[in-house]
Design a protein around this ligand. Structure first.
Ligand SMILES: Cc1cc2nc3c(=O)[nH]c(=O)nc-3n(C[C@H](O)[C@H](O)[C@H](O)COP(=O)(O)OP(=O)(O)OC[C@H]3O[C@@H](n4cnc5c(N)ncnc54)[C@H](O)[C@@H]3O)c2cc1C
Length: 598
């Protein structure tokens, strides 16, 4: 039966960002918090992260290219300042420097907080947290737990949230965000087990719904990463920031996209083309395989496009780890080895692994300030009662390209900060605003439409369509026409195709009419979300006539600061996507723009 559920705070998403916010707000005295997750909370994508979480702890230093632990009492080479500069440079000067400063300053503290909560980091012999190298970072500052980092972080924070009395709604899918008169009042959600829809009212709502890599054919993202929060916020009138910036990770498993962590290269892995050449020499002679992801992915794609790829379709590259030796691989990369064995039948101890670039991370999302408060325009006007953090948000610390290990950090730091801000908001006397709207019936109608008999009979509007076919065509379209290398010509094709698919989507029919666990129905809902924001990605990419970070236009191959050192804001209007722009926060005296070379 449909019922109205009331909480002080509703958080959608149980990954690191949502769990941190819930735990902290609860610890600060907010007792009535509900966290929704459409998958079992510990299956949130944060748990799939392998490589590490950044933080300048200075436990390890590099001497003549070799890593050694810094003797206690001596200082290492790393600093918060250096983490900050690396992140700004990685972002290709599109990251907001005030946000980046907050993140890198909070980093060591949050890693020690994880440690105090019992997180099982890998250790140095003297017991300090072990650190490894990662792309684009000038010192070894990835703190890790073998290649299970996200898993151990998520378990640690989830346990703490339970301990503090947070209520989890496991396998509940949020369907709609309720905003009336500029005030956020709750969400409409489905209990997937029963299929029933409920209004969930709250004084504060936070989105921590993760990324949207699933809009691409080859992706490292979990099937749940369909950008629901981003699409739902956009439909509710919240603008989206910098959606054209989508990161491709250089080492997804060939033909599958499943991630082989950057830790593989952090530990010393090589990339080889079909001629056995370490081609990174030609693209980033200094950093080689440890250049940032946008650069390495583009280098791989160039090798592939010029005919030096491997595999039956020549779309692959080799990742060679053999020289690391069995002992190091077993100690540092056990999960990667298992994944390669399961999906490729390759033991990385004896053979190189075929890989290819894979859609990995969404830099753009719901704009927020450094306390998770959602802001809706270039003047940073807050939206009352609505918060967001983690991959669905854009604060923006990653700008045009994220450095590896900065995302677990971002989700943790800004999830925690949102938790404090939400607690303050509630304790400061936030109200439960009335809601008498028809969100539930609107969503019921939307779902019933997919399953209606008249649609199955063509509805007088043409042949019924299958969700799976539309999703597959969309993903192929995004990969082919809005991927690593973009041109105006291709982007126009991409836009036409999405428009065609949106029309066809109106005739989609869901054959499964069951109430309980109707995954076909939920896939239809998610596919509608993919269609919604893919148009935003394309529109932003078409307009941005320059190349910056992960957005590379072969017809405009240079970064153009004069015209384009600004964030894109995309607003949903009856006429379609409306773009406007917002200045980047730069500390001109400290980190003025430079050419980005590695
Ligand atoms: C394979 C892989 C490896 C990675 N490795 C690293 C790494 O080593 N270091 C690093 O820094 N970063 C890494 N990343 C990136 C990083 O893991 C993510 O960006 C980060 O964990 C995102 O956290 P989050 O809390 O924002 O979202 P997630 O952890 O993705 O959680 C999203 C939550 O939202 C819920 N949700 C979504 N939609 C709905 C809905 N409609 N209704 C209800 N619930 C919903 C989901 O159920 C889930 O609980 C990796 C990413 C991948 C894919």
């Amino acid at each position: 039966m449909t019922e109205t559920i009331t909480h002080d705070v509703i958080i959608v998403g149980a990954g690191l960002a949502g769990s941190w916010a819930a735990m902290v707000a609860s610890r600060e005295g907010v007792t009535n918090i509900g966290v929704l997750s459409k998958v079992y909370p510990l299956r949130s994508h944060s748990g799939a992260a392998q490589g590490g979480i950044a933080g300048a702890l200075n436990n390890i230093r590099s001497v003549d290219g070799k890593l050694e632990s810094v003797p206690v009492g001596e200082s290492g080479d790393d600093s918060i300042e250096s983490h900050m500069f690396d992140t700004i440079k990685g972002s290709d000067w599109l990251g907001d420097q005030d946000s980046i400063e907050v993140m890198v300053n909070d980093a060591p503290g949050i890693i020690y907080e994880y440690e105090r909560m019992g997180c099982v980091f890998s250790r140095l012999e003297d017991g300090r947290i072990a650190q490894r190298r990662f792309g684009g970072h000038s010192s070894p500052r990835a703190n890790y737990a073998a290649d299970w980092t996200g898993h151990v972080l998520l378990h640690t924070i989830h346990e703490q949230a339970l301990r503090h009395g947070v209520r989890f709604y496991s396998e509940w899918q949020m369907m709609e965000l309720i905003i009336e008169d500029g005030v956020c009042r709750g969400v409409v959600a489905m209990d997937i087990l029963t299929g029933e829809l409920h209004v969930m009212r709250a004084k504060a709502v936070m989105f921590a719904t993760g990324g949207y890599g699933r809009v691409y054919q080859i992706t490292s993202n979990a099937t749940a990463n369909t950008g629901d929060g981003v699409a739902i916020a956009y439909n509710a009138g919240v603008p989206l920031l910098d959606m054209e910036f989508v990161q491709f990770h250089p080492t997804g498993i060939y033909k599958h996209g499943i991630l082989m962590s950057e830790a593989c290269r952090g530990e010393g892995g090589y990339l080889l083309n079909a001629n056995g050449e370490r081609f990174m020499e030609n693209y980033a002679p200094d950093k080689m395989e440890l250049a940032p992801r946008d650069l390495v992915s583009r280098s791989e794609q160039t090798e592939i496009n010029e005919g030096r790829g491997i595999g039956d379709d020549k779309q692959g590259i080799y990742l060679d780890l053999r020289h690391l030796g069995a002992e190091r691989i077993m100690e540092r990369l056990p999960q990667v080895r298992e994944i390669a064995m399961s999906f490729l039948g390759v033991d990385i101890i004896d053979e190189p692994a075929p890989i290819q670039p894979t859609a990995h991370y969404s830099m753009g999302g719901i704009p927020t300030d450094v306390n998770g408060q959602v802001v809706i325009d270039a003047d940073n006007t807050p939206l009352h009662g609505f918060f967001a953090a983690g991959e669905c948000a854009a604060v923006s610390v990653h700008g045009a390209n994220r450095l590896g290990t900065n995302s677990l950090l971002e989700a943790s730091v800004f999830g925690r900060r949102a938790g404090y801000a939400i607690a303050e908001f509630i304790k400061g006397g936030a109200k439960l605003h009335p809601y008498s709207g028809d969100g539930v019936s609107r969503q019921r109608e939307r779902l019933d439409n997919f399953m209606s008999k008249s649609r199955q009979n063509g509805n007088g509007r043409g042949q019924p369509e299958q969700v799976a076919a539309i999703a597959a065509e969309l993903k192929q379209n995004m990969t082919d026409n809005c991927g690593i290398y973009r041109t105006e010509e291709k982007l126009l094709i991409a836009r036409e195709k999405v428009r065609e698919l949106r029309e066809r989507f109106k005739r989609v029919v869901v054959m499964d009419s069951s109430q309980r666990f109707n995954t076909e129905l939920l896939t239809a809902v998610e596919t509608e979300h993919l269609l919604t924001f893919s148009e935003v990605i394309i529109e932003g990419a078409l307009n941005r006539t320059e190349s910056r970070g992960a957005h590379f236009r072969t017809d405009y191959p240079k970064r153009n600061d004069e015209q384009w050192m600004k964030h894109t804001l995309a607003q949903n209007t009856p006429e379609g996507v409306a773009l406007s722009y917002k200045p980047v926060h730069i500390f001109w005296d400290r980190y003025p723009p430079q050419e980005r070379k590695y």
